[in-house]
Design a protein around this ligand. Structure first.
Ligand SMILES: Cc1cc2nc3c(=O)[nH]c(=O)nc-3n(C[C@H](O)[C@H](O)[C@H](O)COP(=O)(O)OP(=O)(O)OC[C@H]3O[C@@H](n4cnc5c(N)ncnc54)[C@H](O)[C@@H]3O)c2cc1C
Length: 458
């Protein structure tokens, strides 16, 4: 045994520690079924325990990796053999719900879907929503500043957090549990821990905004013939459903075609359109909202902004449409593939996709660039499938990112930098910005204890 392990066992007791075979039974991440590698995994029950763990690790110069639901896309949660893991899985309580103040206080290990469903019983909505809802945690959502399908109406996680508590690398507890919308008393310290991927502190709990559940919800899947129709339709919805449009998820034809191939999702309309959109509006007036939604859809047809549409008649039908957008297992059958999460202004999107597809074809003639995205947020997800066996990840990155830089895009819209994109941060951030990030890391965690080697090389 080494001394840091002894000290952690002495402080926590063996019940809160997973090591050896038990540790190897756990998968590395949602994406990687290989056994977890680490010195040991700790399952603390309180902020004070996390503080003590970090004090011990700090004293022993021990690297720590923080884990939530393990669904992160950039390997930030993946540990190495010599790391100590802090898992938030036992800190999952919903501590308070305040319908009048419009807030809830929740521990970081709470699973997003459990939190959403608990609030729903009280007629409340936590609007952050994403395909990984059944596994990802509130702490992981905060650490990655998660986005998802309702950003255009409610914003990203950063917009939904009012206050939080975090433990810094040396064990200091920062309690910034603000519950008010307005609080300009000095620096807004919670921002240090939102979207910083666990590099500056372990988020232990948060106060988040909650909203009344909408009384009406109207959904449709529609198809278009060209990108101008797509942007014209989005603009039309922004005007006519102002404030009610909650989702506008675009699937390029090649995505829709792949996920509705025989054996996968049932296609609710022709599989040959160039663009499909899953859209949703949420309102408060049951009858008026239905009439308005139908009027807007009919108007869009008459003006030629959409060429086909399916409106679900039940929750089961609605879920089946969403599954086409959210469940892309069909794509996992085409290894190797590389998933990108880029942002661009909407007018540049189609030109970027066309040039990227041409560049990929020039390198790999059988390649495909399969596209979908939260385009109203300027966010595209690209599946680059080279169509040839081999490890082409770096070469694929070298085609995707330099072209993106020409358009002033970002190498990460919502998944973060983690380990995977370290080499590409400079394509979206200036030298001065990266220097300031390193200074922050060095001053808050000079020993590089927490999630070392993520986001920036400090
Ligand atoms: C099917 C699928 C769909 C997805 N869709 C979206 C989407 O639409 N939008 C989107 O933004 N993301 C999406 N993701 C990515 C992922 O779900 C999010 O990044 C999520 O927020 C990660 O949460 P987690 O609890 O799984 O975190 P983990 O994967 O465990 O960790 C992610 C990062 O956060 C750090 N971290 C975790 N918990 C804490 C904590 N308490 N304190 C400090 N650091 C912490 C980890 O160290 C790591 O760096 C999707 C993932 C999947 C699998």
């Amino acid at each position: 045994m080494n001394s840091v392990v002894d000290a952690l066992i002495e402080r926590l007791g063996e019940n809160e520690i997973v090591m050896g075979d038990k540790l190897h039974e756990r998968a590395t991440s949602y994406w990687n079924p290989a056994p977890t590698q680490a010195l040991l995994l700790l399952r603390p029950r309180s902020t004070e325990e996390i503080s003590d763990i970090l004090k011990i690790c700090h004293a022993h110069d021990q690297h720590v990796v923080v884990q939530g639901g393990l669904t992160g896309m950039v390997e930030g949660q993946v540990s190495g053999e010599q790391d100590v893991i802090i898992s938030l899985e036992r800190m999952n309580a919903i501590e308070a719900i305040d319908p009048i103040g419009g807030t809830a206080t929740v521990q970081s290990g709470a699973v997003l879907q459990t939190f959403q469903e608990t609030l729903e019983q009280d007629g409340l909505l936590f609007p952050l929503d994403l395909g990984a809802r059944g596994s990802c945690t509130i702490g992981g959502n905060i650490a990655t500043n998660a986005g998802g399908i309702n950003v255009l109406r409610y914003g990203m996680m950063r917009d939904l957090v009012l206050g939080l508590e975090a433990v810094m690398a040396d064990g200091t507890i920062i309690s910034s549990m603000n519950r008010m919308l307005k609080n300009n008393a000095g620096y807004d310290l919670k921002q240090l821990f939102i979207g910083t991927e666990g590099t500056l502190g372990v988020v232990t709990k948060a106060v988040v905004k909650v909203f009344p559940q909408p009384r009406s919800r109207h959904s449709a899947m529609v198809a278009m013939e060209n990108f101008d129709q797509l942007t014209g339709f989005l603009n039309r919805l922004r005007v006519e459903l102002a404030g009610e449009l909650s989702a506008f998820e675009v699937m390029w034809g090649n995505y829709f075609h792949a996920v509705t191939a025989p054996g996968w999702h049932r296609a609710p309309m022709s599989r040959d359109y160039p663009y499909y959109v899953m859209l949703e509006a949420e309102g408060t007036q049951v009858e008026e909202d239905a009439a308005k939604f139908n009027r807007v859809m009919e108007g869009a047809f008459e003006e030629g902004l959409i060429v086909d549409a399916v409106i679900p008649k039940s929750e089961t039908e609605r879920r089946a449409l969403w599954d086409i957008r959210e469940n892309f297992e069909a794509l996992l059958e085409r290894p190797p593939f590389y998933l990108y999460d880029v942002s661009l202004v909407i007018p540049d999107m189609q030109a970027y996709v066309d040039r990227l597809t041409a560049n990929l074809k020039a390198r790999w003639p059988n390649s495909e660039c399969i596209v979908l995205g939260h385009i109203a947020d300027g966010n595209l997800h690209l599946f680059v499938c080279p169509g040839e066996p081999g490890d082409w990840h770096y070469e694929s990155d070298s085609i995707v990112y330099p072209l993106l830089q020409e358009y002033g895009g970002s190498v990460s819209a919502e998944h973060g930098i983690g380990i995977e994109k370290l080499d590409w941060l400079g394509y979206s951030r200036t030298e001065a910005e990266i220097t300031l990030m390193k200074q922050l890391k060095n001053s808050l965690d000079p020993k590089g204890i927490l999630n070392n080697g993520r986001v920036v090389r400090a």
